[in-house]
Design a binder for this molecule. Sequence first.
Ligand code: HAM
Length: 418
Amino acid sequence: MIQKPRGTMDILPDEVGIWQHVEKTAREVAELFGFREIRTPAFEATELFQRGVGDTTDVVQKEMYTFADKEGRSYTLRPEGTASVVRALIENGKCSNLMPQKLYYLINCFRYEKPQAGRSREFFQFGTEMFGAADASADADIIALANTLLMRLGVSDIHLHINSIGCPECRPNHRQALKDYFASYKDDLCETCRERLDKNPMRILDCKSPVCSEIAKGAPKTLDYLCPECTSHFDKLKATLDAMGIEYTIDANIVRGLDYYTRTVFEFIAPVIGAQSTVCGGGRYDGLMKELGGPQLPGIGFAMGLTRVILAMKSSKVALPQAPSPRLYIASMGDKAQKKAAEIVSRLRTDGIFAEYDLVGRSLKAQMKYADRQNARFTLIIGDCEIESGRAVIKDMQNSEQSEIALNDTAAIAKAVL
Ligand code: HAM
């Protein structure tokens, strides 16, 4: 038996309705905020993520699906969407479009992580990115989008945590403080973090090893090292969120696991879904566009993990959408009747009406049972008598009302079942 790769999932028809509902709602909310969809390749040059996400991050050091193609070029299945969106704007010459430029995406991502509830190796994200808006009102707008979507999806018991991790002006002081702090624990840190100590001590803060994360709890906080500009940016964000009525907690422990962030970082956390409780994470990345060879253009965005949103919806006992059921099921007896059923169903479908008829040669009784299981709203039975008279009876399965129609009058049939 060939099995699916570890950490991937099959989304079967019974489950797919909730995914479609989440995706549809995400698109609607993104469009409500003026965002347009962008689609980029599922794999990119490895260097894009090394430079974009950062080569001392867990994602790049431990989790990427990297392979050489037949000509020896190194490619990586995307572990996230932001770097690809930035690359696409630069490559397609879209960095001087009317600003702010607002984009969203629904993508699969790949990370070689230890699978558990809410964490898989192939996972799905709804993401948004806004470019060209440096003001804190843009940060609030992005957070408001995520908040509106989570509310529309009925996710209750979810908390917004915000923090500021500063800019290239104020980072060096914090970095030095981190170096001094972690240096005294050098021998206890994992091997990767010992290397990070010199290169990028901030990444020790999101190491998943239990020893490193315990040590990290006492580390100096970015908020204590912010420059005046970063402080006023953060103050304006808080004031705008207050004005919008969006509740938040200031959480100095949020640093995010990707290197491109500057200033605002945030997460929506749903503790009820278990250890992997970050449903949505994002922040500002004012240096990324330049880092990847484009102009200096500020950016801010987030990505929401769809598996985790669905877990949170289920734990909030959200009423899930029902699978669509046929408006009409035509039961037929004999070849002529089946041909007539095919003709009617085909015309109804052309008009956008969900209709079905027997394709497997069931008995009349079995066909009616099938219609019932499919939850068909109306049924129509065609046998030799109906073919001869050209008339048949449509039955409303909800209230048992019946009406007679002419089999050639598809418009009347359509009207009767709508
Ligand atoms: P991230 O925090 O790495 O950020 O991922 C965003 C979200 O994707 C997480 O909060 C989580 O819900 C989901 N996620 C991440 N890894 C997994 C996994 N292995 N299994 C299931 N779900 C997962 C980013 O990806 C950034 N690109 C977000 C961003 C956009 N920042 C600015 N713009």
